[in-house]
Design a protein around this ligand. Sequence first.
Ligand code: 6PG
Length: 252
Amino acid sequence: MTGAGLDGTLRVSPNLGALADAMAAALAERAWIAVQARGVFRLVLNGGGTPQPLFERLGRPPLQGMDFWTRTEIYWGDERCVPPDQPGSNYRQAADAFLNANPIPETNVHRILGELPAEEAAQQYQAVLAAHAEPGRTWPRFDLVLLGVGADGHTASLFPGHAVPDPHASVLAVTADYEGRPAQRVTLTPAVFNSARGVWFMAAGTAKAGIVRRLLEGDEPQAPVPAQSIRPVEGELVWWLDAQAAALLTPK
Ligand code: 6PG
């Protein structure tokens, strides 16, 4: 990928189904590599419509029931403040699609407590991350972070116009109205995402073509959007797109 935009690898599939197939296979490969190297695969999930077909593939053969699930730890990059049994819950989305279908130890599933007020849930999750960090660190180094992007350039629940108050914080409480989704949210910060071994953005559909072009090739002076603050320091960055989201990129 070239241009003044983000560095990283670009993977384009013809449609969202093919994108999900490719991502699911690549995720399983990352999981095996992590388990072989460190005995654990630490995966951070996103929410929204785009990851749904990927999540469904993780919950059915051939990936359903694979051994790496027993060594997988699940975290979330963001959560909406709703109880975990509500349809708007990112936890519930993943639980229904693939967590419940796989032999992931219950103690390895670290959900953000969306049923709590956002500030409280953020503090609680900060403690969860600290408890799973290497000695002397305040959050774990994740193996793989899945992120979506909004047409406005938000990612996780990092929205344009919301500064991150403390660059060392790992979790924040946020209020943001987006497409009628629950406005009270909790999000991990760019510092956490950028310390990961891998960050995979995913975008699909024509509504994302403009922001994808801006993020990957944009050279016009515009106020930066949150997705631009995600640049893993020592990890891979991959942009997974369907053909519609990639439609405005310069053909190579
Ligand atoms: C959330 C997400 C959020 C999402 C984008 C894109 O909880 O809402 O984590 O950051 O990834 O809003 O959502 P779509 O995939 O639905 O376009």
